[in-house]
Design a protein around this ligand. Structure first.
Ligand code: BTN
Length: 245
């Protein structure tokens, strides 16, 4: 059975989980009311409000492939949102962001823990803007929303994390027997697949093409100038605003 450790303050729940993973059973979650050095993908910072948002890290020891940490967490987060706010229409923006329209609600950061050449576990951290105000979101450096900015309602963050942990663990169990089922849900919630999009590589080069599909290994299959390219998650970033729904 997983456990949920709620910390008042920590530098980063991912860093904490990577250091303390031995103390927790599989599927456990470490969350924090306040992160002082939250980390995002590609070396970016992740800013979140003081006791306002979800900042939590899940620990997985038995995944079919490491990228399933993000698959399970992403599918679970979408379903938690559908359950609590059926009027919203969240989708996954490959690899692991959650968007509402053209604005970011949530991001995920997966990190593997290695020892003596052996992978011990994968940590998937999720930041989801819950009660942060529109004014504070304006400093996020990209168009961002929170559940509060979308609905003008306050949400119980502790309750949402508990729900998320339950759904994550349900999908984690399913994944161990039927990984394809969870993968197919992840593909379905990745609403940009099939669309014309723009991607930008870490050097800033922009390419326009078609997001054809997601490969079985989680990569994006991208068709650019008649050529099929396979991108892994660190390779490119999709420019959400380039998509016409
Ligand atoms: C991104 O969109 O760049 C990923 C953001 C991931 C943020 C979460 S918050 C909980 C966990 N702890 C961290 O330091 N980062 C992740």
């Amino acid at each position: 059975m997983y456990i949920h450790q709620r910390l008042d303050e920590v530098d980063s729940t991912n860093t904490y989980a990577k250091t303390h993973f031995r103390e927790f059973p599989d599927g456990s979650v470490i969350s924090a009311r306040r992160q002082t050095a939250g980390r995002g993908r590609l070396g970016r910072k992740w800013l979140s409000g003081n006791d306002l948002d979800i900042t939590a890290s899940f620990l997985f020891r038995k995944l079919p492939q490491p990228f399933y940490a993000g698959v399970i967490t992403g599918v679970a987060a979408i379903e938690m949102l559908q359950e609590e706010l059926p009027e919203l229409s969240p989708y996954l923006k490959w690899p692991n962001d959650i968007y509402i329209g053209y604005e970011k609600l949530s991001g995920m950061l997966s990190e593997a823990v290695w020892e003596k050449g052996q992978m011990q576990c994968v940590i998937c951290g999720i930041g989801l803007n819950v009660n942060t105000s529109s004014e504070a979101l304006a400093g996020a450096g990209q168009p961002a929303v929170s559940l509060f900015s979308l609905t003008q309602k306050q949400f119980d963050v502790d309750f949402l994390i508990e729900r998320l942990a339950k759904i994550v663990n349900r999908y984690y169990i399913i994944c161990q027997q039927y990984p394809q089922e969870v993968f197919e849900l992840w593909r379905k919630y990745n609403r940009l697949a099939g669309h014309e999009i723009e991607v930008v590589d870490p050097a800033g080069k922009v390419m326009r093409g078609i997001f054809r599909d997601i490969a079985p290994g989680g990569e994006m299959i991208f068709v650019h100038e008649g050529r099929e390219l396979l991108f892994s998650c660190g390779d490119v970033k999709i420019i959400a605003q380039s998509v016409k729904f």
